[in-house]
Design a protein around this ligand. Structure first.
Ligand SMILES: [Ca+2]
Ligand SMILES: [Ca+2]
Ligand SMILES: [Ca+2]
Length: 150
């Protein structure tokens, strides 16, 4: 008899647990956020019908005239005026290249440095004179490719 009562009690207990479980699950589903809507994924390469459409023109810089480019080459501070120093500053690098001792004075030797170096290079015996043979080494080199007379 006890077994029957115990079995019935166990069956009622299992039914109660099952009912409780089902009810708890239903409450969780009711409080759950709505399922995310799956956006339709594009397939293949996107395309659009652009016939008859035109986009905005891309930006373009205004073209400077040849004279404006020449002017701005000298106008270093872009104040639309060329000072004497700005005009002469274009010659500074060339002057400094010749002023070997850096004293801001240009001697004849410094000014004629290319010719002086060519003489010194040609004077093989170092006697400060060039023979015709030594002088011949100062001739400009000819290019091996013939010039086109087109
Ligand atoms: Ca200026
Ligand atoms: Ca000097
Ligand atoms: Ca010589």
């Amino acid at each position: 008899m006890n077994r029957i009562v115990l079995g019935a009690f166990a069956a009622l207990l299992l039914a109660a647990v099952g009912l409780f479980w089902l009810q708890g699950r239903a409450e969780v589903e009711a409080g759950a956020p709505p399922p995310a809507v799956q956006a339709a994924r594009p397939t293949g390469i996107p395309s659009a019908d652009t016939a008859g459409l035109a986009g905005p023109a891309p930006p373009e810089a205004t073209e400077l005239s040849r004279e404006e480019r020449r002017f701005f080459r000298y106008d270093r501070d872009r104040d639309n005026k060329i000072t004497r120093n700005e005009m002469l500053s274009t010659r500074t690098d060339a002057f400094r290249g010749l002023d070997r001792d850096g004293n801001n004075l240009l001697t004849f030797e410094e000014w004629a440095v290319t010719t002086a170096e060519r003489f010194d290079g040609a004077d093989a015996d170092g006697n400060r004179e060039l023979t015709p043979r030594e002088f011949a080494t100062t001739a400009p080199r000819r290019t091996s490719t013939p010039r086109c007379n087109c």
